[in-house]
Design a protein around this ligand. Structure first.
Ligand code: C2E
Ligand code: MG
Ligand code: MG
Ligand code: MG
Length: 288
């Protein structure tokens, strides 16, 4: 723990102690630094979306895309979501950023459809902090109205932990979104803690099996049991399953032969910028 580390650092000598203290400050300073820069990211046009296609498992036909946020800082370069999303959540910046993501994602799909793409799902990640806001449903409605996207084509990806923070309240919000026609997915399923009793109460459409269970599905029998068990559970509750992080043919074959409905991963496509995503999906559709 921190005290023991401090003791050893001190015992090792004054220079080490100073080094240790400097390191601690640096990580706090780095967070502040990211926070400060993130405050201007929207206004300075540093945010963008990339889109990762999703496919039906049997036929490998595109069923939709997941929008993923990217932040290109002019001097720091590309900063990964794993580094800045948690900071955006803690500071509340995720609310404005999330609004931007929602409206941009809806506009992109509406634009692609106008340009000739067969309508398909646009999935958007939503954090707990956004979901808790009283005006969240209104924000979603605005993104749909402004873009003209059909509500049925918007899917919101929500994590288990964000709905389990306050399940009673989450059910009400999710029901409202469901009534609007929007579809819902539980993201990273199996990594958070969720109650199966609640799962059947949530008006959700998809469960997404986390990449961590797919990565070693060929060799790790526990991961395999969790993945296959999730598929069976989801189907018995009337939900469809999307496996994320599919990278090999063997992983695809195992998932497919165990009735997994949809797949997403580097085997099919990495996340693509808007123009590349449109071209990719359009070409796949013409090939059908
Ligand atoms: P997620 O929603 O579970 O997204 C899937 C992540 O797995 C993405 O990472 C994607 O690029 C990556 N991935 C997909 N297929 C593969 C694969 O075959 N192999 C490997 N190694 N990785 C794969 P990314 O884009 O870095 O995003 C990380 C996380 O950041 C997301 O996980 C999501 O939780 C969060 N995030 C991203 N965009 C947004 C956003 O707009 N809003 C919110 N609230 N969170 C976001
Ligand atoms: Mg997701
Ligand atoms: Mg996920
Ligand atoms: Mg994941």
């Amino acid at each position: 723990n921190a005290d023991t580390a401090m003791y050893h650092a001190k015992a090792a000598g004054r220079n080490n102690y100073q080094f240790f203290a400097a390191e601690m400050n640096q990580s706090a300073a780095e967070r502040l630094n990211i926070e400060g820069k993130l405050r201007h990211a929207i206004a300075r046009n540093e945010l963008s979306l990339v889109f990762q296609p999703q496919f039906s498992a049997p036929g490998v036909e595109p069923t939709g895309v997941e929008a993923l946020l990217r932040w290109h800082h002019p001097t720091d370069g590309l900063i990964s979501p794993a580094r800045f999303i948690p900071i955006a959540e803690e500071t509340g910046l995720i609310v404005d950023i999330g609004d931007w993501v929602l409206s941009t994602a809806c506009q992109e799909m509406a634009r692609w459809i106008k340009a000739g793409l067969k309508p398909m799902r646009m999935a958007v990640n939503v954090s707990a902090r956004q979901l808790r806001r009283r005006d969240f449903c209104e924000t979603v409605a605005n993104a749909l109205i402004t873009s003209g996207l059909q509500p049925e084509l918007l899917e919101l990806e929500i994590t288990e932990s964000s709905v389990m923070e306050n399940p009673q309240e989450a059910i009400l919000i999710l029901e409202r979104l469901g009534r609007m026609g929007v579809t819902l997915a539980i993201d990273d399923f199996g990594t958070g803690y969720s109650s199966l009793a609640y799962l059947k109460l949530f008006p959700i459409d998809h469960l997404k099996i986390d990449r961590s269970f797919v990565a070693d599905i060929e060799h790790d029998l526990n991961d395999r049991a969790i993945a296959f068990g999730t598929i069976a559970l989801a189907h018995s509750l009337g939900l469809r399953v999307i496996a994320e992080g599919v990278e090999t043919e063997d992983q695809l074959e195992l998932l497919r032969s165990n009735a997994c409905d949809e797949v997403q991963g580097y085997l099919f496509s990495k996340p693509l910028n808007s123009a590349a995503a449109f071209a990719f999906l359009h070409a796949k559709q013409r090939a059908e």
